[in-house]
Design a protein around this ligand. Structure first.
Ligand SMILES: [Zn+2]
Ligand SMILES: [Zn+2]
Ligand SMILES: [Zn+2]
Length: 167
């Protein structure tokens, strides 16, 4: 398999990309990670991840449950939430607070604070790297407090929706 621009942690969903390769890469990454960490990639964990990587769309918990049901998994909400929490903890899934939805990480190998770009119209979400977003936020100085997690969500309009609005 050809190595593609690995650092191109780009806004995949807003651009055309070779999704077959992307999907395969993502599955290989999670498989390798689970082996390395001696964790079990149970069929349910794998399926939840596959559902989320499938079209890079953010999905609500109930959409995920529906898809699990369609795929023949009988999964109760608490079990699905446990799987999601687990995948979040290991960096393969992020929660998009603004949409109350879950999305597969586009670059799970690196530990990072995700930045999301959300189109308010079509609700497409892209995860962008810190360099790409150009945000370069100063670290907040809050005394007696250690920041462990930051999520930045930028809401706006994607070029496709914007062009449709102008016309
Ligand atoms: Zn893809
Ligand atoms: Zn990520
Ligand atoms: Zn849009």
């Amino acid at each position: 398999m050809k190595k593609k621009k690995k650092n191109e942690n780009s806004s995949k969903i807003f651009e055309y990309h070779d999704h077959g390769a992307c999907f395969g890469d993502a599955i290989t990454q999670i498989e390798d990670y689970f082996i390395q960490k001696k964790l079990q990639l149970t069929p349910l964990r794998r399926k939840v991840f596959e559902i989320l990587i499938e079209d890079h769309k953010p999905l609500g918990a109930y959409d995920i449950l529906d898809k699990l049901g369609e795929a023949g998994f009988s999964s109760s909400p608490p079990i699905a939430y446990r799987v999601l929490d687990f995948l979040i903890e290991h960096g393969f899934v992020h929660k998009v607070q603004g949409l109350n939805a879950f999305i597969a990480c586009s670059n799970p190998k690196h530990s990072h604070f995700p930045t999301f770009v959300i189109c308010r119209k079509c609700e497409k979400v892209a995860e962008v790297s810190e360099e790409k977003s150009g945000l370069n936020l100063p670290s907040p100085r809050i005394t007696n407090f250690k920041i462990e997690k930051t999520t930045i969500e930028l809401t706006g309009i994607c070029s496709t929706c914007e062009n449709a609005e102008i016309r």
